[in-house]
Design a protein around this ligand. Structure first.
Ligand SMILES: [Zn+2]
Length: 269
């Protein structure tokens, strides 16, 4: 599933493709489920004639700013974006295509169809309820501690609470907690300020390391390849019988907030 690093790598890729400033001349959507809208594609026809002005990301939300309005995009379970040239055939699961004024096109490819795309007149209120992005430079260690420390829930659940911090999912929460040596079930308000600061650094390191890995392993066309999160860029191998990368103790699992946590009973206290 595309997590924050995958979505950020998509944003970097789009910026790198030199499409900012291009105008969307046409849109098509093959998307059963959004067909009960007036234009048969969830209002996406309003993007015609709009110029792309930039891309920003909060958590897993990708927002294309247009000269009027915005295009909100979420990659769901299997979505990804690709910039295609006239000679390229459409991607196998292209659901939404934006045709640009230089004959290139942006395709959203999504085998499982859980990605979302929506046009909005304004960015205001679009991401209300979301906390600051986990990689936002404005989110200082003190601000992180302040947001987390007043919670009485298990720290793992607090990390995954998108209203506290946007963009940390199950896997990266486990990675960061292991890196910081904190047990996922420990109550957030009972963790010292120093350890929470370590955790903030660990969250950023885990996400940035993964982002670097994705950027360094593009597909043959230079597009970010969505890699299964069970690969060797991760510290914790999320499977039966796996051991701690530091002390080789068998990892334990525990359900927190409905999600399975992997942790080392020795290194994490
Ligand atoms: Zn260990």
């Amino acid at each position: 599933m595309p997590e924050l690093p995958e979505v950020e790598s998509l944003r970097l890729y789009l910026v790198d493709q030199d499409i900012i400033g291009r105008t969307v001349v046409d849109v098509s959507a093959d998307w059963p489920g959004i067909d009960n809208s007036e234009d048969g594609m969830g209002g996406l026809s309003q993007v015609r004639g709009r110029r792309l002005e930039g891309f920003r990301r909060t958590g897993k939300n990708l927002i294309a700013r247009l000269d009027r309005g915005v295009l909100w995009m979420h990659m769901g379970m299997t979505g990804r974006l690709a910039v295609m040239y006239p000679a390229d055939g459409p991607l196998k699961y292209a659901r939404v295509t934006l045709y640009l004024d230089d004959e290139r096109r942006i395709e959203l490819d999504d085998p499982r169809r859980w990605a979302g795309v929506r046009y909005e007149e304004s960015e205001t209120g679009l991401l209300s309820g979301l906390g600051p992005d986990a990689l936002d430079a404005a989110l200082t260690a003190d601000e992180f501690v302040c947001r987390v420390k007043k919670r009485r829930s298990p720290i793992k659940a607090v990390l995954m609470d998108q209203s506290v911090l946007a963009g940390v999912g199950n896997i990266y929460a486990d990675e960061a907690l292991h890196r910081a040596g904190i047990r996922p079930a420990r109550r957030a308000d009972q963790i010292s300020v120093e350890r929470l600061k370590d955790l903030h650094a660990a969250v950023k390191t885990s996400l940035l390391q993964s982002l670097r890995y994705i950027v360094d392993h593009p597909d043959e066309r230079g597009r970010p390849f969505i890699i299964d999160a069970y690969d060797d860029r991760m510290r914790l191998q999320r499977k039966k019988g796996s051991t701690c990368p530091d002390c080789k103790t068998p990892l334990q699992t525990r359900k927190i907030g409905g999600r399975t946590s992997y942790f080392c009973p020795r290194c994490q206290t």
